[in-house]
Structures are given as structure tokens and as C-alpha cells.
Design a protein around this ligand. Sequence first.
Ligand code: 6PG
Length: 255
Amino acid sequence: MPEIHVYPTTWALAQAAADRFIQLGQAALARSRRFRVALAGGSTPRLAYLHIAAQASRLDWSRVHFFWGDERCVPPDHPESNYALARQTLLAHLPVPVENIHRIHGELPAQAAAAAYCQALDEHFGRRPNEPTPLSQPSFDLALLGLGEDGHTASLFPNAPALEEAKRWAVAAPHRVPPPPLVDRVTLTLPAINAAGQVIFLVSGASKAARLAQVVSTSAGGAAASPLLPAMRVQPASGNLIWLVDAEAAQALPE
Ligand code: 6PG
């Protein structure tokens, strides 16, 4: 069974996630003087971002770089924008230099936004474009991810072509069927996510319980769904993977 930490409430989950964020940031800054984070979208991280912002004094934010795991192709001030969520709950409360905020330009068509994000990632991480990711090539110090009820993560949906991308770190992800919102997306790919130093899934609520149990049991060598669900394919090449979940989401986990 992968490393799973269960918290009694959504509040406690958010506080624990914030504490780990700060600890990982302090370690990254001590190690490399930079902390590169890919933020999760959706609604679960909202409270965690507020808790991080409340600990603003504990990190040198001038050395923190923010990326996103995915974005909906909507303007940056749209209520469905993952950037807008992070701006309202986190970035607006922190002294982060604007050049450290590497948002996905959701106002562009998906292909153009994905190409621009890929270029920004390649330049920031010193990657050769359209090359496989060597094991020695780290991506983010921390990648925060959510889990959809269908087993998606970021905007990697079941059976989607984006799941098979083996070179680019970001691609366009057309999205026409539930879960909502039914807008095109841009998503990190598995090579980018699996090159992270630390991956943390944040999962909250009873609606995720069955899927969470299925995903983590597969990671533990259980009978794999065929094909593997996107969240099951998050397997960091050399980094760590942990799950931070609340009691409601954990209710179907084996004792
Ligand atoms: C998105 C997210 C997506 C999210 C899950 C869980 O853009 O929608 O990146 O992967 O993390 O769908 O969403 P909730 O946190 O809203 O349940």
C-alpha cells in the first residue's frame, strides 16, 4: 500500500498539506535555492492554499516558482480557471515575483496554450524539446494532484491520447464529456509528473472513496484495472508519492 495519511476533517487535511508544502519548500530552498511547484486545480486544494498563504512568513517566496498541473481553456479571471483559484487563495497573499508565476495561458486555443507552456517548461528546466525525459532530469520539487471520481488526475482523463504522450511535458486535452467543466484543457503529461521529486495527491470527500480505494490498491499490487486509470500511472521515476486524504475519502480503504 502506498504511503497514505488520513486526517479526521477536511480542515486537518488542508493544514497538513500546507505544513508539508512549507517543509518541502524549506528543504528545496536549502538544497537548490529554488522551489518549483506544480499546483493542482479543482476545488479540493482551495483550503490548503489558504492555509499555505497563512504561513507566508516561513518561505522566501522570491525563490518559489509556481506552475500548474493543468488548466481549463478559459480566461485567467474565469471562475473555472485553475489559475484564478490559486490567485485568489494563494498568490494574491504572497510576495511572489510575477516572473515566477508560470501560468498556462488558458485564454489561448488549447494547442497554442499547450505549445507555449511546453516551451516555458523546457526553458525553465533546461530540457531539449520533444525529447524523452532522462531519469536524471528532475521536474518539479513538488507536484500537487487531485483525483477525479473517474480516476483522472490533472487533465489526464481515462483513455485520453494525452496519457500516451512520451516526450512533451504538456499537451492540449480536448474535453467534451463529463466530468465538467466541458472545456478544452492543457495538462502536464505523465513524463512531467513522474519526474517530480515529490508528488502529493490531495483527496477529500465521500464521493472519492471508492475510486481512491481502487487506485491505491492497484499501486499496492492489487488487481489492476485494465487499462490503468490515469491516477494509477502516476509513478514517480525517482521521486516520492504520498496521499493526503480526509476520513470521508478514506472510508473504503482496507483496515
Ligand atoms: C481540474 C483538476 C482535476 C482535479 C480533480 C479533482 O482541473 O479539474 O486538475 O484533476 O484535481 O478533478 O477535482 P476536485 O478537487 O474539484 O474534486
